[in-house]
Write a protein of this length. Structure first.
Length: 126
């Protein structure tokens, strides 16, 4: 399990995979550090997140929302359009906490945890 705290890069989207709804969103995690030259540098990691069977949170997951997500991370290598190698990080979310939302109605959810259902789901398509 990995925990990521960061900001959403765009509004969440709900889609169907078979009979299941999945909320997809991207979280950007920033890291600031001093380089060898002593200058402050910033590096950003992007996590493509999928949150299964809790589509009711999608309207509150808007660009700029600060979230904490926890789940299993998969890394995939690919080749960029310019021929350079690249990698993507995909996180299957099992825990979501919103700390700040851009949507006014989300004030009730800002400090509320939205867990996955406790019922096991054995027939997810992966």
């Amino acid at each position: 399990m990995e925990t990521v705290v960061g900001y959403l890069t765009k509004d969440a989207k709900v889609s169907w995979v078979g009979n299941y709804k999945v909320v997809n969103f991207t979280v950007a995690k920033n890291r600031t550090f001093k380089g060898r030259d002593g200058k402050v540098q910033k590096k950003t990691k992007f996590y493509e997140c999928s949150y299964w069977n809790v589509e009711n949170v999608a309207p509150y997951l808007l660009k700029g929302t600060l979230v904490e997500v926890e789940g299993d991370v998969d890394a995939k290598a690919y080749q960029k359009n310019d021929g350079e190698p690249g990698a993507s990080l995909t996180l299957r979310v099992t825990f979501l906490q919103m700390y700040q939302s851009k949507k006014t109605e989300a004030e009730d959810l800002i400090t509320e945890t939205v867990p996955l259902t406790n019922e096991p789901i054995d027939d997810l398509p992966f």
